[in-house]
Design a protein around this ligand. Structure first.
Ligand SMILES: N[C@H](CCC[C@H](N)C(=O)O)C(=O)O
Length: 305
């Protein structure tokens, strides 16, 4: 099947974008895996789909990791989304409302080409914890809970869909190398830890052990945050399904709200990622997280899948 697509990137997090406003999106997980392969396909971290709205929003917004798994949110992708629909003439607005599978986003294309996204409010309630917290005791820092991550099988088996409770099945429930994470949902799950230096943080080794840890039966995005100042952090994220990406928009939001809740950060923070700068603002409580950053088209193409 020949498909037309647009390759885009937001702070180096890269995407293949499909316009499904005229005909439904129909790629299978196998086709999406091939599309996302950087040797045998186009290569991307996620696949973004522009759909007609089924509500009073302007569009529907679907996200698939390059494994073909559909997920709840992609922040860098949201910035590319509005760039795409404006450039493709699918709207004459520069402020667009879109619905993902579990939240509404407001996207604003600025005159300087950057995009500001109202990402909605973070969710911290226990009910939103993407893991079984029973029997665990969080450490409190400024009233915010940091949860222990338990040891889990080595990454080789970790890539399989983890069988819940493996570490609880008779094996000692040990803390994973002293890792404690701030857990927050931006629609998708994030486990954020503070590190002294992102450049020496064990992202490649610890990232997959947190991502696919049986502790997180839906898996999780693992953030590694270095506090540079009360208004500046450096961040690396081992993304669920995609591995380490050059930037993670929802991860930047998650890290900043954890840092603010822990008392380490002020309400407006510059996030230095390996792919570029993001600006995150959050006034606390149920207020929305605002993310501002770049969004760029790389090329249009066709591929037989
Ligand atoms: N890997 C993420 C989805 C993409 C998030 C990231 N690319 C962003 O910009 O928010 C997940 O499985 O929740």
């Amino acid at each position: 099947m020949r498909v037309r697509f647009t390759k885009m990137q937001g702070a180096g997090n890269d995407f293949v974008v499909f316009d499904a406003t005229r005909e439904p999106f129909s790629l299978t997980p196998d086709q999406m895996r091939r599309l996302g392969d950087r040797r045998f396909g186009v290569g991307c971290d996620q696949i973004l789909v522009v759909e007609p709205s089924t509500s009073d929003a302007d569009f529907g917004y679907r996200i698939f990791n390059n494994t073909g798994d559909e997920v709840e949110h992609c922040g860098n992708g949201a910035r590319c989304f509005v760039r795409y629909v404006v450039d493709a003439g699918l709207t004459n607005k520069r402020r667009v409302v879109v619905d993902t599978m579990n939240r509404r986003l407001h996207l604003q294309l600025q005159d300087d080409g950057r995009v500001t996204v109202d990402m909605g409010a973070p969710v911290f309630e226990h009910a939103a914890l993407p893991f079984d917290a029973s029997g665990l005791t969080p450490r409190l820092e400024n009233g915010f809970e940091f949860w222990p991550v338990l040891s889990a099988p080595e990454p080789a088996s970790a890539r399989q869909a983890p069988q819940g409770g493996q570490e609880g099945s008779g094996a000692a429930r040990r803390l994973l190398e002293g890792v404690e994470v701030g857990v927050v949902s931006m629609g998708n799950p994030h486990a954020v830890q503070r590190v002294p230096d992102v450049n020496t943080a064990p992202v490649e080794t610890l990232g997959p052990r947190i991502e696919a840890n049986a502790h997180f039966p839906r898996k999780v995005n693992a953030g590694f945050m270095q506090i540079l100042a009360r208004d500046r952090i450096a961040l690396r994220v081992f993304e669920r399904d995609a591995g380490e990406t050059l930037a993670c928009g929802t991860g930047a939001c998650a890290a900043v709200v954890v840092g603010i809740r822990a008392g380490w950060l002020d309400a407006a923070v510059e996030v230095q990622t390996r792919g570029g700068l993001l600006r995150i603002e959050w006034a606390g409580g149920q207020s929305p997280v605002l993310m501002t950053g770049p969004a760029a088209r790389v090329f249009d193409g066709e591929i037989d899948l």
